[in-house]
Design a protein around this ligand. Structure first.
Ligand SMILES: N[C@@H](CCC(=O)N[C@@H](CS)C(=O)NCC(=O)O)C(=O)O
Length: 315
C-alpha cells in the first residue's frame, strides 16, 4: 500500500482486521462527482463536467466493484463516451499492474507500470491501497472517484445531456428500498464472501459463511414469484450489485473463498436470474472468466502454489 506517496510493502490481501480476525475493507479516498454542468455532486465536491472523451475508467475484470462500474457504463450507452483500461488480473507485489496478460491493457495515457502510480500522480502524498475502479479525469490529470458505489450512481445520470440514457437504475420511488437492500447485500454477500475468504479465524470464517448463504437463500426465495429482477420488472443498481457476486461464485468464491455449501448452479432462481442479466446488451463483455479465475487464484496468501482450478468451465 501507499504511505505518503511511497509504495511500502509487498502486496497483501488483508491490511486490516478486527480483534476477532474479521477482514476490514478500507474506505475510498477520492469522492468527487461528474455532473451534467460540473456543479458539486451529492457529497458537496464537484467541478467535473460531463464531457465525451474526457474520462477514463480503470478496471480489473476480476474485481466485482470495478465490474459494476463497467456494467453501468454499458447499460447507459457510455462505451463511446468513457474509455476503459483493463489491468492485469494477477496481483503483483506492487498491486495492480498494466499489460503482460491476454486482454490486459498497457496504460497508454501515462505509460505507468502499476496502478499505484496513478494514485501518486493524482496526489503525491497519497496513502492507502491502490484499488480499482479508478475514474480518471484526463483534463485535470486526477482521480475523480475511486468508489464504485459512487461511480455507479453518478454514471446513472451525469451524461444524460450527452447520451440517450438506458434504464434509470436508481428511480426515486425505489431509492429508500434500494439503499436498504444494497446495504444488506454489501455486508452479507458482496463483502461477505471476502470475509469468508480472508478470515483469519475459524469463527470469523463460519460467521461469514453463514451470512453469505443466508443472503443467497433470501434472494433465491425473493425471486421465487417469477419476477425478473429484485424489485420486479425494473432493473436497478441493486441487480448489478447482486450480479457481480453471483457471476464469480462458482468460479472463485465456492473454491478459493470456501463458500462451498452449494454452487450457484444449485440455486435455480438465482442461476436463471444471473443468466438473464448476463444476456442483457453489453453485459457479457464485462465478464471475463479467465481473468476472474487467474486473478483470484493468484492471491498467494490463499493459494501459494498459484494453481488455477480446471473447472467449473461453465457457470
Ligand atoms: N469500495 C471500493 C472497493 C474497491 C476494491 O476493494 N477493489 C479491490 C479489487 S476487488 C482492489 O483493487 N484491491 C487492491 C488492493 O486492495 O490493494 C469500491 O467499491 O470501489
Amino acid at each position: 500500500m501507499l504511505v505518503n506517496g511511497v509504495w511500502q510493502e509487498n502486496w497483501q490481501p488483508v491490511q486490516a482486521k478486527d480483534e476477532q480476525g474479521r477482514f476490514i475493507r478500507q474506505t475510498s479516498p477520492f469522492r468527487h462527482w461528474i455532473t451534467p454542468d460540473g456543479a458539486p455532486g451529492p457529497n458537496g465536491e464537484g467541478g467535473f463536467k460531463a464531457e465525451a472523451g474526457r474520462y477514463r475508467l480503470y478496471v480489473a475484470y476480476i474485481c466485482p466493484w470495478a465490474s459494476r462500474a463497467l456494467m453501468v457504463r454499458a447499460l447507459k450507452g457510455l462505451k463511446d463516451v468513457i474509455d476503459v483500461t483493463v489491468v492485469n488480473p494477477r496481483l503483483t507485489d506492487q498491486g495492480w499492474r498494466f499489460g503482460g496478460y491476454p486482454g490486459a491493457d498497457e496504460d497508454r495515457l501515462h505509460g505507468a507500470r502499476y496502478l499505484h502510480e496513478l494514485y501518486t500522480s493524482a496526489d503525491p502524498r497519497a496513502s492507502g491501497r491502490a484499488t480499482v475502479p479508478v475514474l480518471w479525469d484526463t483534463r485535470t490529470g486526477t482521480i475523480v472517484n475511486n468508489e464504485s458505489a459512487d461511480i455507479v450512481r453518478m454514471l446513472n445520470g451525469a451524461f444524460a445531456g450527452i447520451k440517450d440514457q438506458g434504464p434509470d437504475l436508481y428511480p426515486a420511488d425505489l431509492a429508500a428500498e434500494i439503499d436498504a437492500l444494497n446495504a444488506y447485500l454489501y455486508t452479507d454477500l458482496n463483502n461477505g464472501v471476502y470475509q469468508a475468504g480472508f478470515a483469519s479465524s475459524q469463527q470469523a470464517y463460519e460467521e461469514a459463511y453463514g451470512k453469505v448463504f443466508a443472503a443467497l437463500d433470501e434472494m433465491e426465495a425473493r425471486l421465487a414469484d417469477g419476477r425478473p429482477y429484485l424489485f420486479g420488472e425494473r432493473l436497478t443498481e441493486t441487480d448489478l450489485r447482486l450480479f457481480v457476486t453471483l457471476v464469480r461464485f462458482d468460479a472463485a468464491y465456492h473454491g478459493l473463498f470456501k463458500c462451498n455449501r452449494n454452487t450457484l448452479r444449485a440455486m435455480p432462481n438465482l442461476h436463471a436470474y444471473m443468466h438473464r442479466i448476463l444476456a442483457l446488451d453489453g453485459i457479457a463483455e464485462t465478464v471475463n472468466l479467465d481473468h476472474i479465475q487467474a486473478g483470484y487464484y493468484s492471491i498467494k496468501a490463499l493459494n501459494p502454489t498459484g494453481i488455477v482450478p480446471a473447472g467449473p468451465g461453465e457457470i
